[in-house]
Design a protein around this ligand. Structure first.
Ligand SMILES: Nc1nc2c(ncn2[C@@H]2O[C@H](COP(=O)(O)OP(=O)(O)OP(=O)(O)O)[C@@H](O)[C@H]2O)c(=O)[nH]1
Ligand SMILES: [Mg+2]
Length: 217
């Protein structure tokens, strides 16, 4: 009987991820993997962010969900190229899914490819997709203990976006606690505070995306 271990699956994933990254580099496309719990506000943040790009960089999106094309339809309404991946139950995207989805993205006309991963704070941590930057989203309503409780994804991310900051006045969420926990795990990670609905901090995030897209890789 053939037994495939998780380690072998991860090694194979890393090889495909590396090919994806080469492809993005050749096309001059910055690729950002967005991870976070279900409902933390990933798609809403993308909608707000794209409205702020103002033609400075051309975005495209790969949406990952177990089922449905709800999120892809939201992005499509903005006139942005998008491909939906349905994982049929898998709790994360992997590099081969992204390699296939990229076939539907006009890379020659794109400067930033955003991959919205399946809503999950655990499984998404182990799978490199070939992205250049990983952005983890934590919404205020999830609680300020999540960095300490789910360290892997935070350790492996370049940026933490704390979302739904409009909810802060009615919450016991301590931003400083989150920043302290993150500093121990990922001292170089940047932190943005954002409310997509109240339009707070979105400009700063958009500027960071534009700067990152212009940075040589
Ligand atoms: N108060 C507040 N609510 C928000 C904010 N951003 C998103 N929401 C709400 O949070 C809910 C989930 O938002 P989505 O953007 O669909 O979340 P998601 O992370 O993309 O969800 P999945 O793709 O299903 O994992 C919606 O009801 C949003 O209106 C925000 O900045 N403030
Ligand atoms: Mg979404």
């Amino acid at each position: 009987m053939k037994i495939v271990t998780a380690k072998k699956i991860l090694v194979a994933n890393d090889q495909i991820a590396s090919r994806n990254r080469d492809r993005f580099n050749r096309a001059g496309v910055l690729t950002v993997n967005i991870v976070g719990s279900p409902g933390c506000g990933k798609t809403t943040l993308l909608e707000a962010l794209f409205a702020k790009l103002g033609g400075r960089v051309a975005p495209a999106v790969i949406e990952g969900d177990l089922a449905s094309s709800i999120d892809a339809e939201r992005i499509e309404r903005l006139g942005i190229p998008v491909v939906q991946i349905n994982t049929m139950g898998a709790c994360h995207l992997d590099a081969s899914m992204v390699a296939e989805a990229v076939e539907g993205i006009p890379l020659d006309h794109v400067k930033v490819l955003v991959i919205e991963n399946v809503g999950n704070l655990v499984c998404t941590a182990g799978f490199d997709l070939g992205e250049h930057l990983r952005v983890v989203i934590l919404s205020v309503s999830e609680g300020d203990d999540k960095v300490a409780k789910y360290p892997t994804i935070f350790r492996k991310s370049d940026v933490l976006v704390i979302t739904k900051t409009d909810v802060l006045p009615n919450s016991n969420f301590q931003v400083d606690r989150v920043k302290e926990d993150l500093r121990r795990l990922a001292p170089n990670a940047r932190v943005f505070l954002v409310s997509a609905l109240a339009d707070q901090g979105v400009d700063e995030l958009a500027d960071w995306i534009v700067e990152s897209a212009a940075t040589p890789r």
